[in-house]
Design a protein around this ligand. Structure first.
Ligand SMILES: CC(C)(COP(=O)(O)OP(=O)(O)OC[C@H]1O[C@@H](n2cnc3c(N)ncnc32)[C@H](O)[C@@H]1OP(=O)(O)O)[C@@H](O)C(=O)NCCC(=O)NCCS
Length: 178
């Protein structure tokens, strides 16, 4: 069946689905309480959801990925990003990050920052492909397992083409703007 992915702002109703993805994707996942705080009690926090929908938009949309990011004055801070395993390598994380950068630009942000586990080569490749570079290492930043964080930065945030998000066709592993 033809499948497409849309990217939409996250709302508190999505908490159970986000928590499920979080617990499946991380060794030290955010808790329900942490997610709730970000979704409802942090004025700087934003969520984007990747949803998979069948052809013609029929049927219910499954949440298959999410990004939490903060926009704090001139800075976009990517806080947490995950895509369900069965939907990886289709450009969904790239689309989520690109959309967040566009949102930051729209609010006059000039740079973007994130921390990533030193062993997480997949995520580092993703961010490098989007123009982020390695700034420094934060020793023993993560627990479970204990591990250094790599700090990556994109500065300035460049206004590229509108992201592949909003509506992306993920069939055949290719992301094509619709
Ligand atoms: C990291 C993660 C979000 C990537 O999601 P994704 O939707 O598969 O990423 P994309 O399809 O947008 O990948 C874009 C590029 O990133 C790089 N990349 C992504 N996954 C990769 C992998 N497993 N190995 C090597 N490079 C990878 C590639 O350059 C890829 O482009 P390509 O597919 O054309 O080669 C996903 O693997 C995930 O959820 N991992 C577990 C949670 C996590 O580590 N989150 C990041 C925390 S900082």
């Amino acid at each position: 069946m033809t499948q497409s992915v849309t990217i939409e702002p996250g709302t508190p109703e999505a908490l159970p689905a986000i928590l499920k993805i979080e617990e499946a994707c991380f060794s030290a996942p955010w808790t329900r309480k942490m997610l709730e705080t970000e979704l409802t009690g942090n004025q700087f926090a934003h969520f984007l959801l990747a949803k998979s929908v069948g052809q013609g938009g029929t049927g219910s949309a499954a949440i298959i990925g999410y990004l939490c990011f903060w926009i704090v004055f001139e800075e976009v801070r990517l806080m947490n990003l995950a895509v369900v395993e069965s939907m990886r390598r289709r450009g969904i994380a790239s689309a989520l990050v690109t959309e967040a950068l566009q949102a930051g630009l729209a609010q006059s942000a000039t740079r973007a920052l994130l921390e990533v586990r030193a062993s997480n080569q997949a995520a580092q490749s993703l961010y490098a492909g989007l123009g982020f570079h390695h700034v420094s290492t934060r020793p023993k930043y993560y627990t479970n397992p204990l591990e250094d964080a790599v700090l990556m930065e994109l500065a300035p945030i460049l206004s590229g083409p509108r992201s592949a998000s909003r509506a992306i066709d993920v069939n055949g592993g290719q992301v094509r703007p619709l």
